[in-house]
Design a protein around this ligand. Structure first.
Ligand code: FNR
Length: 361
């Protein structure tokens, strides 16, 4: 039986266990997208803590794609060089360094959560014009709408090119998994969902058109990501808006198949984020049924995330064939050693680092 500490082989990469640190924005860059000591210590601690995969926060493929001025970015070679020591440290600890490549779309140009998470106008010192599939489609969760531009054909091509270049840089920095962020109401999800996409061109309307951008971005990343290394895509399995035309699990299953055909190796299944009327049934494992459904109805591996806090709970998801990988977010903020704790609890094979062994033996 496969359990949480069974290695996960994807292409030629063997992920040592099924626990991943879910991507989590730290909003801790100076307004330049470069990592700071905070990122190195934050990601490094979780690598010491036994995660099989340590994934960076949403890392913007261009400056316009940041949620806040303090987000991490990878739009220049300097950004890649600054991330390289962290990727190397994660590998040295026996983990797999992964990077989430992101564009925030219409949810960009905001203050940090602890500054109110409010839109920064484009003409303010730290603000910028944001990109959206449709001019007035996105209802803000809070604050006024920032200044927004409907993506032109050139903008769309620019986003695809920026994803490709970001993936090339991520590879040069030493990352072994690239994850395309297509969830949570950010740009690629804004194109997928009929709630935010009202376009009349090849990128709007029917499923094939709404999903065109995420397919083109995934193909562009795949083009430059080596054949022996996996690509993940994080999607929102549903918009949780059953009362209106919206993105559903049916479309997610179809998309997962399409992305797998383009070379995606794992679908990381989250949900929501597109509209403030969403009604997610939050609680332990609340998104797992979405991952499970994609796993059952396609041939692609899936990651489950959301409300997973206990080693036994994570282990049961793998043992019961509900998910191939378990991504853990907030519990890893509470306890950077969640991986080691899980190994101790479940008789896994992950050893405490030699420097710490006098504390546990
Ligand atoms: C997040 N989340 C998130 N998701 C993502 O895809 N990219 C990101 O950069 C972030 N940033 C982020 C920051 C912080 C502080 C939190 C708490 C969350 C969502 C996260 O990856 C995860 O999907 C959710 O937190 C649900 O999982 P948990 O926390 O219940 O394990």
């Amino acid at each position: 039986m496969t359990d949480l500490f069974a290695p996960l082989p994807l292409r030629d990469l063997e992920i040592p266990n099924r626990i991943a640190v879910s991507p989590m924005c730290q909003y801790s860059c100076e307004p330049d997208g470069l990592p700071t000591e905070w990122h190195r210590v934050h990601l490094g601690s979780r690598a010491v803590g036994g995660a099989g995969i340590v994934m960076t926060e949403a890392t913007a493929v261009n400056p316009q794609g940041r949620i806040t001025p303090h987000d991490l970015g990878i739009w220049s070679d300097d950004h890649a060089a600054a991330l390289a020591p962290t990727a190397e440290f994660i590998r040295d600890q026996g983990g797999v360094p992964a990077i989430q490549l992101a564009h925030a779309g219409h949810k960009a140009s905001k203050t940090r959560p602890w500054e109110g998470n409010v839109p920064i106008p484009a003409d303010a010192e730290k603000g910028w014009e944001v990109l959206s599939p449709s001019p007035d489609a996105y209802p803000p969760f809070d604050g006024d709408r920032p200044s927004m531009r409907e993506a032109t054909g050139d903008d769309i091509q620019g986003v695809i090119d920026d994803y490709r270049a970001a993936a090339e840089r991520a590879l040069s920095a030493g990352f072994e998994v690239a994850e395309v962020h297509a969830a949570h109401g950010y740009l690629l999800h804004e194109f997928l969902s009929p709630v935010t996409n009202r376009r009349g061109d090849d990128y709007g309307g029917r499923f094939e058109n709404r999903s065109r951008l995420v397919r083109e971005v995934t193909a562009a990343v795949r083009e430059v990501w080596p054949d022996d290394k996996p690509v993940f895509v994080r999607i929102s399995g549903t918009d949780w808006l059953d009362d209106r035309e919206s993105w559903t699990i049916e479309e997610s299953v179809r998309l997962a198949d399409d992305l797998a055909a383009l070379g995606a190796d794992l679908i990381d299944v989250s949900s929501g984020g597109i509209h403030p009327d969403q009604e997610p049934p939050v609680g332990p494992n609340f998104q797992v049924p979405l991952a499970e459904e994609i796993r059952e109805r396609t041939d692609v591996a899936v990651g489950a995330v959301g409300g997973i806090t206990e080693p036994e709970q994570a282990d049961a998801l793998v043992r019961n064939d509900r998910a191939d990988l378990v991504l853990v977010g907030r519990e890893f903020l509470r306890d950077p050693y969640f991986g080691l704790r899980s190994s101790d609890t479940l008789d896994g094979d992950r050893e405490w680092p030699i420097q710490y062994r006098r504390a546990v033996r």
